[in-house]
Design a protein around this ligand. Structure first.
Ligand code: PHE
Length: 351
């Protein structure tokens, strides 16, 4: 092997070993640069005779061409590898399924609320909403539940350490019953002239669904839960009407004509007489079991007076039911907390 062949072989090895384009350019300089080994050889030609110059010059040129070729090949190989890597990194798998937008759905309790509103709506009931932060007067006093009365402790109320402008203590409403008072007072005010003139006031027929709060938490109680109040006041509204309306509602809600209802005597300060309403299914896993779904009763005269109406003329009934409970019964859910945990695996079943 001539010295030139050896030089070419070293250059080829050097180029192949260069790991980056920058190092390849450094390697190139070592052979072809101003002080490169090939350049030095060319400079040495000057010392040779004319003939020697010719042959040696041609040999050196040939070696230079081979080194150039090796350099070009290595540059190309590096560029190809880089392009390959880039293509691989930016690869797009067009066979992957597209990203879908999640489809939302109504919460099961919201579905129940809508159902309740639709059924009572079809019976001529208005739907009203009211504040969740209530005054002591609305939550209790107006409902014939005076300060320091033991019946107040039936409801484990969340009290707020704050008073409203009128000096009433605030609480998170423990039931929707204050909506009886708010709605009836507005209704009485609206028809005040008519009532004063001895005319017949249009009946009050309203339901008031919403959130309620009590210090209570287990499988069947949550500190935040839902209630739906109902109120029907007129000159001729009786307990019999309550039975008819509520029976009709339950049968429609559960889509079952042979559902049984039981009115069990009970106590509420704002109704007299009072009853708990129990239902029993005629079939299914809960067949024959009495299940409590609402409190109810004929509105107490003191409460009617607090509506701003005359209890001698305006009578009727109220009820308060638990939409959470109704939802559990309708869908066969046995733990109330599932409704409020926000677990999509549970909620998606109702979509
Ligand atoms: N407010 C009562 C409760 O929370 C339910 C009820 C409403 C009872 C209306 C009678 C009349 O238990």
């Amino acid at each position: 092997m001539t010295d030139l062949d050896a030089l070419v072989v070293t250059a080829q090895a050097d180029f192949s070993a260069a790991p980056t384009p920058a190092e390849l350019e450094n390697a190139k300089a070592r052979y072809l640069g101003k002080a490169g080994r090939l350049t030095e050889l060319l400079k040495g030609l000057g010392a040779l005779s004319h003939d020697e110059k010719k042959t040696r010059g041609a040999e050196i040129n040939q070696a230079k061409q081979r080194i150039d070729a090796a350099l070009t090949a290595r540059r190309q190989a590096m560029a190809d590898a880089e392009l390959d890597a880039q293509l691989r990194a930016e690869a797009l798998d067009v066979t992957l399924p597209g990203r879908q937008r999640g489809i939302g759905g109504l919460h099961p309790v919201s579905r129940t609320m809508e159902r309740i509103e639709a059924i009572f709506g079809s019976m001529g009931f208005d739907v009203a909403e009211g504040p969740e932060i209530e005054t002591d007067w609305m939550s209790f006093t107006a409902l014939n539940n005076p300060e320091n009365h033991p019946a107040r402790s039936m409801q484990d109320t969340f009290y707020v350490d704050m008073k409203d402008e009128a000096g009433h203590w605030l609480n998170l409403r423990p039931h929707t019953s204050p909506m009886q008072v708010r709605y009836a007072r507005a209704h009485a005010a609206k028809h005040a002239d008519l009532i004063a003139g001895g005319g017949v006031m249009p009946e009050i027929r309203v339901i008031a669904p919403g959130r309620t709060y009590r210090i209570d938490s287990d499988a069947t109680h949550s500190p935040m839960f839902h209630q739906c109040e109902g109120l029907w006041i007129g000159e001729n509204v009786s307990f019999k009407d309550l039975k008819v309306v509520f029976t009709d509602f339950c049968r429609k809600f559960f889509e079952s004509d042979d559902l049984q209802l039981r009115f069990r005597p009970s106590f509420f300060p704002f109704t007299e007489p009072s009853a708990e309403i129990d239902i029993a299914f005629a079939s299914g896993p809960l067949k024959g079991q009495w299940l409590e779904v609402a409190g109810s009763g004929q509105v107490h005269p003191t409460v009617v007076r607090n509506y701003g109406l005359d209890p001698e003329r305006h009578i009727g009934f109220a009820f308060g039911m638990g939409p959470d409970r109704l939802t559990m019964l309708r869908y066969g859910v046995n733990d109330l907390r599932l409704f409020f945990d926000g677990d999509l695996r549970f909620l998606q079943q109702f979509r």
